[in-house]
Design a protein around this ligand. Structure first.
Ligand code: 1AE
Length: 432
C-alpha cells in the first residue's frame, strides 16, 4: 500500500547550540540534507520534480548570549517542515527523518513536533483514553489512585496474591506490576493475572470499588501481541508496557489492534537516556507527551517535580498539556497546503491520563493536585508499601489526602482525625 502519498508537512522544532554557526545556513543544511540531499547543484528541471520532497525552513530564532552568559550558550530555535511525501505514516519513519542522523550532529535537541492532518489521521491514538479509564472504574469526580507492586522478583504466586490484596484493600483504583517483572517461572503471566484478579475480586467484594490491574507485557517484540492475548484471555483488564525499550511503533501496533481490548499504561523506563540534557535528545513533552498519546497510551507515567526522581516543573507541565490538550494548534501543522489544523475542531486523539510518579507519598498530594487538578493518577510504590501501618493503610492515607485536598482542607489539620494520613505525614512530611 502506498501510504506516503503527498499531503502536508510535519513540523520539527530544534534547539541548536553553537558558538559561531550561521544558523540560517545550518537550518537550510538540515532542511535539504534530511530530505532531497542537495538542492543548489540540481538542474532546474530536476528541481521542479524534487520540490515536493524538499524540506522547508519555517523559522530561525537566534538567541545571542547576554552579559554574563557564556558564548557556549548561543543557540537558535529552528523550525523545519518535512513533506509527508517523504515518509510513511508511522512514528519510526517520522523520527528517522526529522532526527535520525541529526540527533548525533552537535548540540541539538528535538524540542517539539507538530503533524500534518494527514499524518495524524493514520493514528487512532488511545483506545480508552482518560475518560475511558474513568468509565471502566466508574470514577469521574476525583483523581485516581494507583499502587505499584514492589519486591516481586523471587516471590511466588501466593506472595504476589497477598501483596495484591493488601494494596487493593486500601482503596486504590489501579495496581500496576513493577516494570522489572518479566516472564518468570514463579509468577508466569497467565497465572499471575489469575491470582491477582482473584485478589482484586475479593477486595472489590469488601470495598465495593472496581480495580484495574496492569500486568507487564514483556518478551520478544514479535511475541507481544500473543502475550497480550494471553493476558487478556486470563482476565487482565489493563497492560503495562515499557514503550521506549520496544519503540513507539510497538505501542502503536498494540494499541490499534482489535484484540487488545484493555487500556495500555506506558512506563517511562529509559526516558532518562533521551530528555534530561538541554543539548541533546528529545524533549520530555515530545517523548512522554505527544508521541505516547499519538501511539495510543491510555495512561502515561513520568517523573514528577516533587518526588525521588525529579523533572523540572515546566517540563512536567508541558507533558501534562501534551497528554490532555484538545487544542488542534498544539498537534497540527497546516503550513504549505497541509489542510486546516484539526478540521474536526480538536486534537483527534483521546486524552491520555497523566501519571506523575516516583517517590510519591501522601504529603505530596497537595502539590500534585495544585499542578494537575483532578485529571491525574496519583501513583506510588514505596509510599503505599512503606506506610508505617502497612500497605492497606498506605492506600487509605492517599485517599484521605486526596479527599482532604478536594475539600480544600489543610492536610495537617485534616489528618488530626485520620490516623493513616497522620502516620504518613509524620513519616514523610507535608508539602503544601
Ligand atoms: C517514573 C516511574 C515510577 C515507577 O515506576 C516506580 O516503580 C515508582 O516507585 P516508587 O513510588 O518510587 O516506590
Amino acid at each position: 500500500m502506498n501510504n506516503n502519498a503527498a499531503g502536508g508537512y510535519c513540523l520539527a522544532t530544534y534547539r541548536c547550540y553553537d558558538e559561531k554557526a550561521d544558523f540560517d545556513k545550518k537550518a537550510q543544511g538540515i532542511a535539504v540534507g534530511l530530505t532531497v540531499g542537495s538542492w543548489t547543484d540540481l538542474p532546474e528541471a530536476k528541481k521542479a520534480a524534487m520540490e515536493k520532497h524538499l524540506g522547508r525552513v519555517v523559522q530561525v530564532d537566534v538567541h545571542e548570549p547576554g552579559p554574563g552568559e557564556s558564548a557556549s550558550e548561543r543557540y537558535a530555535d529552528i523550525k523545519i517542515a518535512y513533506p509527508d511525501a517523504n515518509f510513511s505514516r508511522d512514528i519510526p519513519a517520522l523520527l528517522v527523518t526529522v532526527f535520525g542522523k541529526l540527533s548525533m550532529d552537535g548540540r541539538i535537541k528535538l524540542v517539539d513536533l507538530a503533524f500534518s492532518d494527514r499524518f495524524l489521521s493514520a493514528f487512532p491514538g488511545p483506545k480508552f483514553g482518560m475518560e475511558g479509564v474513568r468509565q471502566l472504574l466508574g470514577v469521574h469526580d476525583r483523581p485516581l489512585l494507583m499502587s505499584i507492586f514492589k519486591s516481586v522478583i523471587g516471590h511466588d504466586l501466593a506472595a504476589l496474591r497477598e501483596q495484591f490484596y493488601s494494596q487493593a484493600a486500601g482503596g486504590v483504583d489501579l495496581i500496576k506490576d513493577d516494570e522489572i517483572l518479566f516472564e518468570n517461572p514463579l509468577t508466569p503471566l497467565e497465572k499471575r493475572v489469575e491470582a491477582c484478579l482473584e485478589a482484586a475480586r475479593q477486595a472489590e467484594s469488601e470495598t465495593g470499588q472496581k480495580l484495574l490491574y496492569a500486568t507487564n507485557l514483556t518478551g520478544p517484540t514479535f511475541g507481544l501481541l500473543d502475550q497480550a492475548r494471553k493476558a487478556i484471555g486470563a482476565g487482565a483488564n489493563a497492560l503495562l508496557f515499557n514503550v521506549l525499550a520496544y519503540g513507539f511503533d510497538a505501542l502503536a501496533e498494540l494499541a490499534r489492534h482489535p484484540d487488545v481490548t484493555v487500556p495500555i499504561m506506558a512506563h517511562p523506563a529509559l526516558a532518562g537516556a533521551y530528555y534530561p540534557s538541554p543539548y541533546h535528545g528529545i524533549a520530555a513533552n515530545v517523548l512522554l507527551g505527544k508521541l505516547m498519546r499519538l501511539a495510543g497510551a491510555d495512561l502515561v507515567l513520568f517523573p514528577s517535580p516533587y518526588g525521588s526522581v525529579v523533572m523540572p516543573r515546566d517540563e512536567n507541565m508541558a507533558i501534562k498539556d501534551a497528554l490532555l490538550t484538545s487544542d488542534p494548534q498544539a498537534y497540527t501543522f497546516a503550513g504549505f497546503g497541509g489542510g486546516a489544523a484539526g478540521a474536526s475542531g480538536a486534537v483527534p486523539l483521546k486524552a491520555s491520563f497523566p501519571v506523575p510518579s516516583a517517590g510519591i507519598h501522601p504529603g505530596l498530594v497537595p502539590l500534585i493536585l495544585r499542578d494537575f487538578g483532578r485529571d491525574v493518577v496519583v501513583n506510588a510504590g514505596g509510599g503505599v508499601h512503606g506506610h508505617p501501618m502497612g500497605p492497606a493503610a498506605g492506600g487509605r492515607a492517599f485517599r484521605q489526602a486526596i479527599d482532604g485536598c478536594l475539600a480544600g482542607e489543610r492536610l495537617d489539620e485534616y489528618a488530626a482525625e485520620r490516623p493513616e494520613l497522620k502516620a504518613a505525614l509524620d513519616a514523610w512530611g507535608l508539602k503544601q
